[in-house]
Design a protein around this ligand. Structure first.
Ligand code: HAM
Length: 429
């Protein structure tokens, strides 16, 4: 029976695997330079972790989680996102005991039972960051700056940064009430999802992809009219800070985000090229979540973060022809002539590998042709040839396929040739 991968999952190999790790490296590197350190949490958590945080009103909790009962009768969920696990770990490990801002980044697979399509997967990868402690417009702006700089470092320039503030507490409750009043008489004209959202989380009706063009959606009240002066001032200051960082952005009144934990600043970065099928694809998203630590029974600790979709970034890299430079590494292929020399070849291979060189050897062929083919396939720069003559004369033949040169040197000179320190190599006779 042929077994295929699960719908909505991907295999990465060869160049794609390289691209995937390249994005991890670039994003981690930029985040480290902003003072973030890695946090690694389990891929599964108690279901409660996500129900409490992402929220019962969210699509993720309602219909997208991979949840199962384990053999100990516990409800377990494969993480659909990284903010809730990192917050759970932050509180559980009492990391808040040390004062100051705690900045973490993470990279890994997330799972959502979504309808798969281009850029929407059931297993996908996020690079995310979360900063706990500190509530200042400069921090919000610097986090968006970090997200922006990662995309710049990758070479993705055509992007749109959308930002909004959705308030919190009483002001948000009042706004939600106003939305309900607005939508109630028109519910029958809206989609089934919106009818449900009306019950569970009316805010989410605003980013409905089905009803977004309906006049009733267009005339919905705006959150900014319900926020207290201090929230509006905070948001204004975030925008001023973005200006001085030189980050172009658009204020988007209807950006609300699909997870319940957000408070105040929210943002999304989308791909921006009207001529591309990827136009408006969300590459990254995040925002402030000032009460999540309390939802995990921790102390009050305001926080902010974002996560970017790695597979989506890979799609954009392809679209823009951004390549990961194939660093011309100095791979060596060891070629041996005749059956007796194979052992010498294997020993030399072992020596070079333990000295940190990337070395290939054909385990079985004694003829030149298949061995040269291996050197070719692996893009080897150096080809070392050991025949009986070389062995008996204590010499070694090295071809440099880039420089198109060939030399025959005494074996003890091998170390100097490859810049190897420590003990010299000798044939085992
Ligand atoms: P999110 O908007 O659900 O936010 O996801 C963030 C990013 O993950 C999206 O912009 C997208 O690039 C990628 N993504 C999401 N779902 C999929 C999917 N099914 N297939 C491929 N890529 C996908 C969060 O997850 C929040 N935890 C972000 C955050 C961190 N907020 C604060 N801190």
């Amino acid at each position: 029976m042929k077994v295929n991968k699960i719908k909505g999952t991907l295999d990465f190999y060869q160049y794609d695997a390289k691209k995937y790790r390249y994005l991890q490296r670039i994003a981690s590197g930029v985040a480290e330079s902003f003072g973030f350190r890695e946090m690694i949490t389990p891929i599964f958590e108690a279901t409660e972790v996500f129900v409490r945080s992402v929220g019962e009103g969210s699509d993720i909790v309602n219909k997208e989680m991979y949840t199962f009962i384990d053999r100990g009768e516990r409800s377990i969920t494969l993480r659909p996102e990284g903010t809730a696990p990192v917050t759970r770990a932050f509180v559980e490990n009492k990391l808040y005991a040390i004062p100051g801002i705690h900045k973490f980044y993470y990279f890994g697979p997330m799972f959502r039972y979504e309808r798969p399509q281009a850029g929407r997967l059931r297993q996908f990868t996020q690079f995310g960051v979360e900063a706990f402690g500190g509530e200042h417009p400069n921090l919000d702006a610097d986090l968006i700056n970090l997200n922006y700089q990662i995309l710049q470092a990758i070479g993705i320039k055509n992007i749109k940064v959308l930002i909004n503030t959705i308030g919190s507490g009483k002001a948000r409750e009042n706004y939600v009430e106003a939305l309900k009043l607005h939508f109630e008489p028109h519910l029958s004209t809206l989609c089934e999802d919106c009818k449900q959202r009306y019950q569970k989380n009316p805010l989410r009706m605003l980013d409905c992809k089905v009803d977004c063009h309906s006049p009733i959606m267009q005339s919905a009240p705006l959150v900014s009219n319900y926020l207290p002066e201090e929230d509006l001032k905070y948001f204004q200051d975030v925008m001023s800070a973005l200006n001085f960082f030189g980050i172009p952005f658009e204020k988007s009144d209807r950006l609300v985000r699909g997870l319940d934990y957000y408070t105040n600043t929210v943002f999304e970065i989308v791909y921006d090229d009207p001529n591309s099928p990827l136009n408006n694809l969300a590459l990254s998203a995040g925002g402030r979540y000032n009460s999540l630590t309390r939802d995990f029974d921790g102390p009050d600790y305001p926080a902010i973060g974002f996560a970017m979709g790695i597979e989506r970034l890979m799609m954009v890299m392809d679209e823009l022809d951004i390549t990961v430079s194939e660093t011309k590494d100095d791979t060596i292929t060891v070629i041996t002539l005749g059956e007796k020399m194979k052992k010498q070849g294997l020993l030399l291979t072992q020596y070079l590998r333990l000295k940190g060189k990337r070395v290939e050897i054909d385990y079985q062929s004694h003829n030149l042709k298949p061995q040269f083919k291996l050197a070719d396939r692996t893009g080897s720069r150096y080809i070392i040839i050991i025949g009986l003559d070389e062995f008996e004369n204590n010499q070694i033949r090295i071809k440099d396929s880039w420089e198109k040169t060939e030399i025959l040197i005494p074996v003890p000179e091998l170390t100097a040739f490859f810049g190897i320190e420590g003990e010299k190599y000798a044939y085992q006779k």
